[in-house]
Structure formats: C-alpha cells, structure tokens
Design a binder for this molecule. Structure first.
Ligand SMILES: [Zn+2]
Length: 200
C-alpha cells in the first residue's frame, strides 16, 4: 500500500500539463529521496507564486509588485510607447522578449477567440486593450497571435477594431509555420518574423 500522502502528491503532479501518471510518480519519489530542504523550498516557491504574482493592471503581464501597480514592461522608460505587441499568453511574450528585437510595449490577451470553446471577445483582455489605446501614443499594433485558426481569427477581429481608429496593424511575417506555436519557434525565426511583419 502506497501511503496516502504520496498518492496525493502523485495526483497533484499528474494535473500538470505534459505530466502523466508515471512521470508524476517518478517526480514524487525524486522529491522524497531529495534532502527535505528541497521539498520545503519547492512548496514555498509554489505558494509564493500564488500569493505574490499578479497581473499588471495595464498590459496583463505577470509581475510581483503591489496590487494596482504596473509591471516592468509598462514602466521601462526606454521602451517605445508607439509600438504595441498583442500576444495570446505570457509564454509568447517571453518568446518575443528572448529575441531582443522588440522594444515596444505588450498587451496579453490571455487566450484567443474560440467560439467552439465559448471564448468570445469578453473573455479576453480586448476591452482593456481598446481603453488603453485611447489615451496612449500608440501608432502601430503588432498582432502576434499564433498562426493557427483561432490566432488568425483573433488577428482579423482585432484588425477590424483597430484599423478604423487610424492605427497601423501588422502581423508577424511567415517563417512561423501554419499551425505552429510562437512559444516553440527558435529565436532567429521569431526575430525574422518580427522584423518582416506585414500590414493588415
Ligand atoms: Zn504591464
């Protein structure tokens, strides 16, 4: 009989994306064999993430500042206020940031339009995007959603909203394969796609 505590740990680990039952078991036994300080530090950092990390109230990136304060991307005075990159999620923002090619601001939608899954514009940070654009000196919006069906639909939807306001709207150039994922694109490909973005 496996102790309940281990079963609970395995069940919780197995809920993580990409972790099956077997891997969860291996991780659980690894934690058990490691010095107890490791488990304590792991538990503490899990709690710290939940307690301290929140969304920036302007761009919806993650940050660990006080409630209602802005993140580093929004407060960095060296970044270009005229350029705004709209991404689906935090991991896409991180991928673009790794290219070191983009020096504008970000806006994280936290998803894409997906009528089948019941995700409409209200479920994304689109209203907030329109509000922040109203009183910012933004000239160009780069829609960096993934080149898949939902990403394309979201990009079209945003283009129809943003172009009439007089904004330049661009999309990442090809190089990112259709159906591909920004998160997994290599830095050079993503940097090239960013540099040769196309008008919408
Ligand atoms: Zn921010």
């Amino acid at each position: 009989m496996t102790p309940d505590a281990i079963n609970r740990l395995v069940a919780n680990l197995a809920k993580l994306p990409g972790i099956g039952e077997k891997t969860a078991q291996r991780l659980a036994f690894h934690v058990l064999r490691a010095p107890p300080e490791y488990a304590r530090s792991l538990a503490a950092s899990l709690l710290e993430v939940v307690d301290k990390v929140r969304l920036c109230s302007r761009c919806f990136s993650l940050h660990d500042g006080e409630e209602g304060t802005l993140c580093g991307f929004c407060t960095d005075t060296r970044r270009d206020d005229r350029l705004l990159c709209v991404v689906e999620g935090i991991s896409d923002e991180m991928a673009i940031e790794r290219t070191r090619e983009f020096k504008g601001r970000y806006h994280v939608l936290h998803g894409v339009l997906s009528p089948l899954e019941g995700i409409g514009p209200e479920q994304l940070r689109i209203r907030e995007l329109l509000v922040r654009i109203k009183d910012a000196p933004i000239e160009e919006v780069i829609v960096a959603t993934n080149p898949d069906v939902e990403g394309e639909a979201t990009s079209l939807y945003l283009t129809r909203l943003l172009k009439p306001i007089g904004l330049k709207v661009s999309r990442l150039a090809q190089g990112i394969p259709m159906g591909g994922d920004l998160e997994f694109a290599d830095q050079a490909t993503l940097a090239r796609a960013l540099a040769s973005r196309r008008d919408m």
